[in-house]
Ligand binder design. Structure first.
Ligand code: CP
Ligand code: NVA
Length: 312
């Protein structure tokens, strides 16, 4: 059994092995049990996480901040407009300087390359808090939620309905690694990229699972164990919102679509939701929805990630 993560940073689920993902889930669960029992557990006493957000955030920011606090450490929120990064100090220099002060750096930004550059120059762990390319912390905590609800991950079928975006990419890496089948339903022009799908299929070949890319939401959700959706317009694409609303219309997760899945299907959304667009109120607030447990698990999974990365 492994007890450590191999890499210094958490940039993409594609970099993690199945055993490492299981380790994160197990440690997160262990810390969650202590938390629910009001047991003090402070493995990060005296440690500090710097958090740089170039995009807004509710869940990621709050869950990481609270996670650091509850694990005995502290966090510092850095808005790019208020640090010299916003005035042209390079990513490399910022990463080197911050590494002299803090024990880890979380970044949410547009370009994935920027996070890679940060990690290359930082001597402390760098965590991807969402880029245009991927959202690993979200999907790791979603795996925890699915395990809570379904007991096992292996053999489950997850249907991702909507935009082939950052969250979808992280699912394309995570599902086959965890021996789950994945079906992605998107309009053709918003399907996940060929490179990501190829990588996903190469993982699926190893785990002997299925990765299906389709334009049909009905085909994707048929007899699925999990239906997952996300906004049609991600942060940074706001000017395309109107056009996307039209194109994605038939990709709405509503009760007719949920009806086609297994009777005990769970419906997930990373949030924030645009109610009435990608998901209807009755589904989001209905008996299959687990979205708020899912949001809570961000806190527990963040703790697992931090405990492992900042205590190397
Ligand atoms: N799901 C998620 O990452 O939410 P925030 O944008 O609020 O952090
Ligand atoms: N795909 C969404 C996820 C938000 C958590 C976005 O990037 O805006």
């Amino acid at each position: 059994m492994i007890t450590k993560l191999n890499k210094k940073d958490l940039l993409s689920i594609a970099d993690l092995t199945k055993e490492e993902i299981e380790l994160i889930l197990n440690i997160s669960d262990m810390i969650r049990i202590k938390h629910k029992n009001n047991e003090l557990f402070v493995p990060l006493l005296g440690k500090c996480l710097a958090m740089i957000f170039r995009k807004p955030s509710t869940r990621t920011r709050v869950s990481f901040e609270i996670a650091m606090f509850q694990l005995g450490g502290a966090s510092i929120y850095l808005s790019p407009n208020e640090i010299q990064l916003g005035r042209g100090e390079t990513i490399a220099d910022t990463a080197r300087v911050l590494s002299r002060y803090v024990n880890g750096i979380l970044i949410r930004t547009f370009s994935h390359q920027e996070v890679i550059e940060f990690a290359k120059n930082a001597t402390v762990p760098v965590i991807n808090g969402l880029t245009d390319f991927s959202h690993p912390c979200q999907v790791l905590s979603d795996l925890l939620t699915i395990k809570d609800k379904k007991k096992v991950l292996k053999g489950l079928t997850i249907a991702y309905v909507g935009d082939g975006n950052n969250v979808c990419n992280s699912w394309l890496f995570a599902a086959p690694k965890m021996e789950m089948n994945l079906r992605v339903a998107s309009p053709k022009e918003y399907a996940p990229s060929k490179e990501v799908v190829e990588k996903s299929k190469s993982f699926a070949q190893v785990s002997k699972t299925q990765v299906l890319i389709t334009e049909s939401p009905e085909e994707a959700v048929k007899d699925a164990d999990v239906i997952y959706t996300d906004v049609w317009t991600s942060m940074g694409q706001e000017e395309e919102a109107q056009k996307r609303k039209e194109i994605f219309k038939k990709y709405q997760v509503n009760s007719d679509l949920v009806y086609l899945a297994k009777k005990d299907v769970i419906v997930m959304h990373c949030l924030p939701a645009h109610r009435g667009e990608e998901i209807t109120d009755d589904v989001m607030d209905g008996p299959h929805s687990v979205v708020f447990d899912q949001a809570e698990n961000r806190l527990h999974a963040q703790k697992g990630i931090l405990a492992l990365l900042l205590n190397r």
